[in-house]
Design a protein around this ligand. Structure first.
Ligand code: BG6
Length: 483
């Protein structure tokens, strides 16, 4: 694939651009990972010009890049790469102006990133195609949400496919850009230690928790009516599940990795009206205390009553040989006690204990994505000392933490990896159409189950781990959530 010489950023004045995309591009610039002649063209509807866009970008970098990771000189050089084109996606002539602004660069490699409302995807793609900006030299990155159900996601994918073939379409799931998520792939497939146990014989269950302390954050239009299932499970959590559960790909390339992930996604046992009550729990936060501060309930923040779930817990099954009978418990929510994202792989215990009267804890692999990134293997070890009753055993963590093993490495934003891959044309960490559609198919079934049974979210106090029913979901199986 050709190296893009220009990145066109749609939604360049938006929140994601300021918090993540511009800081990530700056990170690539500061580390010398993008070519000296690489340019970034921001577009949005607001009437900026080059100077005001650069000023906005500068403010964003000062706010969102740590002081030790930036310098005035390097920021100035970065800002020189930026320019701005005002663009209204509903007006085809806007795209002509974009093409004019690119000048001879329009013929070189171009990467486009759409970080706009999904309603704008269709007109934007049509406008790009009409302006001659969808040729073989152009690839397109799409930020979520890619639809709100299978049908709408297909409509978006069809509209994109009319101008960009699949191999030039890069669907972002920023969780795939997280260092620890890639480390999970390394852990599984660069070590021989885990694979023999990585199946129903060795693993009791898997837990995936993505908990957040934030609430609605003013995203009323998007979040209300979307909810936790579609905002977090459909994309990020199912991608994590697929990486944990997939077979070994023959090589680390886009086709092989995505072929394996999609097989997992297609093997998810549907949760339907009959199983929904025992396999899902939904909740909505009420007022409560998070991190010492009293916060209002969801409906109060919203200003009206709503059936949108801000918490969901699921018990999923993967119907294949490897995972027969192994539950995958998923849970995510807003206004929970801590910002903590973890994958827990719970191994089975020893078949027989020789340490009479001692409690043995089964081994656990804890892959932590947030707030810090680390991987720990919890094993039993002897406590030092001369105990009269024989050997005292205790659970201790074997630490494979990124910060410990690789001290001094700057912690990167997930988008740095993904933007670099988009610029360089490597789709391995992007989501293929059949994956997104398999994800939606499973999610749509769950939503249909809620609808058919009239299930609505139960309340939970902000600052707690969701409705008590979420605890019962695992306790029924003799399993506790790892808090
Ligand atoms: C986004 C969701 O995709 O992911 C947000 O729309 C959520 O609701 C965010 O807060 C979480 O991302 P991260 O990287 O902070 O875990």
């Amino acid at each position: 694939p050709s190296l893009a010489k220009t990145l066109i950023l749609f939604g360049a004045t938006g929140d994601l651009a300021r918090r993540m995309l511009l800081p990530s591009l700056y990170g690539l610039h500061a580390d010398g990972l993008i070519a000296p002649d690489f340019r970034i063209v921001g577009t949005a509807r607001s009437g900026e010009d080059d100077a005001s866009f650069r000023a906005m970008a500068e403010a964003a970098l000062e706010r969102h890049v740590l002081p030790e990771n930036r310098s005035a000189d390097s920021i100035a050089a970065f800002l020189d790469r930026l320019s701005y084109v005002e663009l209204d996606a509903s007006r085809p002539e806007s795209f002509g102006r974009l093409a004019d602004a690119l000048g001879p660069r329009a013929g070189d490699g171009i990467a486009i990133f759409l970080s706009t409302a999904p309603q704008l995807f269709e007109p934007t793609i049509a406008g790009l195609a009409a302006a001659g900006l969808a040729g073989d030299n152009v690839r397109i990155g799409l930020e979520k949400p890619l639809g709100f159900d299978l049908a709408s996601s297909r409509a978006i994918n069809d509209a994109v496919a009319a101008a960009f073939p699949e191999d030039r379409t890069f669907r972002i799931d920023h969780y795939l850009g997280k260092e620890t998520v890639q480390n999970l792939i390394a852990l599984r497939f660069a070590n021989s230690l885990f694979e023999p146990l990585w199946n129903a014989a060795g693993i009791d269950h898997v837990q995936i928790t993505v908990s957040e302390t934030v609430g609605l954050e003013g995203r009323v239009d998007f979040y209300d009516g979307t909810g936790a299932l579609r905002d977090m499970v459909q994309n990020h959590m199912l991608q994590l599940l697929a990486l944990v559960a997939m077979e070994a790909p023959a090589r680390f390339d886009a086709a092989a990795v995505r072929d394996e992930k999609v097989k997992v996604l297609k093997s998810l046992r549907p949760i339907d009206a009959a199983s929904i009550g025992s396999h899902s729990v939904i909740g909505q936060y009420r007022a409560g205390a998070v991190g010492g501060a009293i916060v209002p309930g969801y409906a109060d923040e919203l200003g009206r009553a709503s059936d949108t779930e801000t918490f969901v817990a699921l018990k999923a099954h993967i119907d294949n040989w490897r995972w027969k009978g192994v539950p995958f418990y998923l849970r995510t929510g807003k206004r929970l006690p801590a910002r903590q994202s973890e994958i827990i792989v719970q191994f089975r215990g020893v078949p027989h204990s020789i340490f009479e009267g001692r409690r043995l804890t089964a081994n656990k692999l804890v892959i932590r994505l947030q707030p810090d990134e680390n991987i720990r293997l919890l094993v039993m070890a002897k406590e030092p000392g001369l105990d009269r009753d024989g050997i005292l055993v205790r659970e201790v963590p074997l630490d494979i933490s990124v910060p410990n093993a690789f001290a001094g490495v700057r912690r990167r934003i997930a988008y740095e990896r993904l933007l670099l891959d988009l610029v360089e044309g490597d789709p391995t960490l992007f989501v293929r159409r059949d994956e997104v559609e398999a994800q939606w198919r499973w999610i749509d079934g769950i939503r249909a189950g809620w609808k058919a049974t009239g299930m609505i979210p139960g309340g939970y106090a902000a600052g707690t781990w969701g409705p008590t029913a979420a605890i019962a979901l695992t306790e029924r199986d003799g399993v506790s959530w790892h808090d």
